[in-house]
Design a protein around this ligand. Sequence first.
Ligand SMILES: O=C(CO)[C@@H](O)[C@@H](O)COP(=O)(O)O
Length: 233
Amino acid sequence: MFLKDLRTQVLEANLELVRRGLVLYTFGNASGIDREQNLIVIKPSGVDYDELKPEHMVVTDIHGTVVEGNLKPSSDLDTHTLLYREFPSIGAVVHTHSEFATSFAQAGMYIPALGTTHADYFYGPVPVTPPLTDAAIGGRYVHETGLAIVNYFRQHKIDPLAVPACLVNGHAPFCWGKDAQDAAHNAVVLEAVAKMAYNTLTLKPNSEGVSQALLDRHYFRKHGPSATYGQGQ
Ligand SMILES: O=C(CO)[C@@H](O)[C@@H](O)COP(=O)(O)O
């Protein structure tokens, strides 16, 4: 892929977050990776979305060293780079402070799979990390944020493409996907699912999750070799 195209895709993903009401002011960022060149394109830090142009995107290597661009990269860069290094199947990362997903993160609560909307996108609960320790917060905080996500997925043997999101305890969600459009789409769906889960748990605090059969039925209808949703097989 040409870097020019990745810049445009990443810009579009950032703008999609605004269109869908997932970010206020500059509370968020999206990035994408070119796996052949191992180059990451990410939103510049603190730049208003309505001023953003493809040429403002910052290009870094997989360790976060800037290789193109005059602006400072997103302050969340080290979380994005860690996710790219540790989850080789992903092609883009999105971070928002969307209201309902962030409320779960602030409460230190995972989002249970309560219905088929959730099961269509996330093969199981959307996890929440343990709280970061004071040492992690005082150290390489942004890197540690990524590490908290990666460690959780490893410990619980979760495939990052089967559950393309994680809530960072006391902070907010990070989502990802196969490309920038897919990652932004997952962030939009995560917020919808978080809102429904909040409403469901308010109406019925001890709501049970979907059965394994319903989770399987809905998830695999849209994902994997036997997917039949839409105009597929
Ligand atoms: O998480 C936070 C702040 O809590 C950041 O993602 C947010 O302010 C966006 O920062 P950047 O403008 O990407 O540096």
